[in-house]
Design a protein around this ligand. Structure first.
Ligand code: NAD
Ligand code: MG
Length: 379
């Protein structure tokens, strides 16, 4: 890579944020952190700011402005707080924005970054699920680049790098199946929060870990893929691949298939986005072909994973449905993590919210999307 890239990381204190910063730590001559943000963890943010010395440190929750300012007093790092401060940072031109806030909370900065024509390494899938119908046209208009760092989408993005759209026949995302892949539905009724938080292959933040256990994650990813790769539901699918070695596949009209393989480590897709359009060398653990490598595949059992089924239905519907699905899921996952509902109630909650039907809001603007999202949460 030539020259230093300026970089803003939304959600710097999270799992994706941490993996991103670990790569930046290894490449001090390649990146200049411009801004780091967090939700409430002002101590975690202050620690990162002291290490990486960005120009700005932004805390979303204004209640933590004072302690963050005190922790960074005398460093020259500018401290800001609140939702508008996040949006203002997203508008400041940098070489790369990493969008790694979890949930629809990350939508406003993504939207601003897209409008500003930035290059965005996108982890925040909920932003695309809720607003893909506006984000994709806005990105085309502003010239913003969206570089997916969700591992499956990054895999497909790499497979499609030198291909034209008209040749694509199928796009397939792989799914590990999560911790409950081999359980019966009856067994799944009994699972605890701790069990659901134990993903067999990936180490991730709590919300996506629960989404992986319900397989809502794969459903959200199908919707994400539909927007990113401009493909209808018919060409997109997901398959179970318990080893998480192969991340995404593309089938072409001439019968060829391209697939992306790699270790199950988010630094692989993140490093691709950090280096793009080149590749960033780092000490990635190589795939070991010296002993037998097994790649198993199986269809997703949709009756066992109703969240996946609900998301597939929504993918074929209107954008408002995806906003409802996503908001209801965020609420249900938070309730599950809080011990208020059981694991299998998550799907029931999402289904009931979808079936409650018309919320009287057409999601034809960014503000309308947030209004619909708020409406679902309030109910
Ligand atoms: P996480 O919970 O570990 O981190 C979330 C980050 O967002 C934190 O820095 C937190 O401070 C910030 N945040 C949370 N709520 C916020 C709010 N209301 N306002 C502002 N900031 C807020 O989450 P994660 O696992 O890193 O996931 C981040 C995103 O990346 C999610 O959309 C997830 O689906 C996606 N993703 C994650 C992984 C992974 O390996 N963790 C893989 C693929 C995709
Ligand atoms: Mg993924």
């Amino acid at each position: 890579m030539t020259g230093k890239k300026s970089i803003t990381i939304f959600g710097a204190t999270g799992s994706v944020g941490g993996s991103t910063l670990s790569l930046i730590r290894e490449h001090p001559d390649s990146f200049t952190p411009h801004a780091l943000t967090a939700h409430r963890d002002y101590q975690g943010l202050a620690k990162l700011a002291l290490e990486f010395k960005p120009a700005h440190a932004v805390i979303a929750d204004e209640a933590f402005y004072t302690p963050l300012s005190e922790a960074l007093a005398g460093t020259g790092i500018r401290v800001a707080a609140g939702a508008q401060a996040l949006i203002d940072i997203a508008a400041q031109k940098v070489d790369l924005i990493v969008a790694a806030i979890v949930g629809v909370a990350g939508l406003a900065p993504v939207w601003k970054a897209v409008e500003a024509g930035q290059t965005i390494a996108l982890a925040n899938k909920e932003a695309l699920v809720s607003a893909g119908h506006l984000i994709m046209p806005a990105a085309r208009k502003s010239g913003a680049n969206l570089l997916p760092i969700d591992s499956e989408h990054n895999a497909i993005f790499q497979c499609l790098r030198h291909e034209s759209h008209e040749h694509i026949e199928r796009i397939i995302l792989t799914a590990s199946g999560g911790p409950f892949r081999e359980m019966t539905l009856a067994e799944m009724q009994q699972v605890t929060i701790e069990q659901a938080l134990q993903h067999p292959n990936w180490s991730m933040g709590p919300k996506i870990t629960i989404d992986s256990a319900t397989m809502m994650n794969k459903g959200l990813e199908l919707i994400e893929a539909a927007w990113l790769f401009d493909e209808g539901a018919k060409k997109l699918d997901a398959i179970i691949h318990p080893q998480s070695t192969l991340h995404g596949l593309v089938g072409f009209k001439d019968g060829s298939w391209l697939a992306h393989l790699g270790i199950a480590d988010m630094r692989v897709p993140i490093s691709y986005a950090l280096g793009w359009p080149e590749r960033l060398a780092w000490q990635a653990q190589p795939l070991d072909f010296s002993s037998a490598l097994t790649l198993d595949f199986a269809p997703v059992d949709e009756t066992k994973f109703p969240c996946f089924q609900l998301a597939k239905q929504v993918m074929a519907g209107v954008p408002e449905q995806a906003i409802i699905l996503n908001a209801a899921n965020e609420v249900a996952v938070a309730k599950f993590l809080n011990g208020d509902i059981g694991f299998c109630d998550i799907a029931g909650h999402v289904r009931a919210t979808l079936e409650a039907g018309d919320y009287g809001i057409i999601a034809d603007s960014f503000e309308a999307i947030l209004a619909l999202d708020r409406e679902i949460r309030q109910r």
